[in-house]
Design a protein around this ligand. Structure first.
Ligand SMILES: [Ca+2]
Ligand SMILES: [Ca+2]
Length: 120
């Protein structure tokens, strides 16, 4: 939890500075915030990237498969969200700084996620 907090503060600093950071293993601005409910309500979890999540079970003590109903992406995060686990079935691509209060036909359907710090 402490690590997540530090990453969040670093992300804010990066946004305020408005600078480009060189490619790294972890990019502070490459994250996604997921919410169980629409309009950013209910349980929430934050995933740091770049990273690939082939399934969404047991994240922060909770199973997130087929639960996500709204989300936000960080300033350096392109996310691909898949309808099935292991990056299968329908997908949607979400750009940086996206604020999606609902997910339409993908509501409660997402089961795997890839996070990039560049256009995939
Ligand atoms: Ca939901
Ligand atoms: Ca699904």
């Amino acid at each position: 939890m402490k690590t997540l907090h530090v990453a969040f503060l670093a992300g804010i600093g990066l946004m305020l500075a408005g600078c480009d950071s060189p490619p790294r293993m972890i990019n502070p601005g490459c994250f996604i915030e997921l919410f169980d409910g629409m309009n950013f309500s209910g349980a929430a979890v934050r995933l740091q990237g770049p990273a690939a999540f082939a399934e969404l079970e047991g994240m922060d003590g909770r199973d997130w498969d087929n639960e996500i109903s709204s989300l936000r992406t960080g300033p350096a995060c392109w996310a691909i969200l898949y309808r099935d686990e292991n990056f299968a079935d329908r997908r949607i691509v979400v750009p940086p700084n996206a604020v999606l209060s609902s997910l339409g036909s993908m509501d409660d359907q997402i089961e795997s996620i890839r996070l990039f710090d560049h256009l995939p």
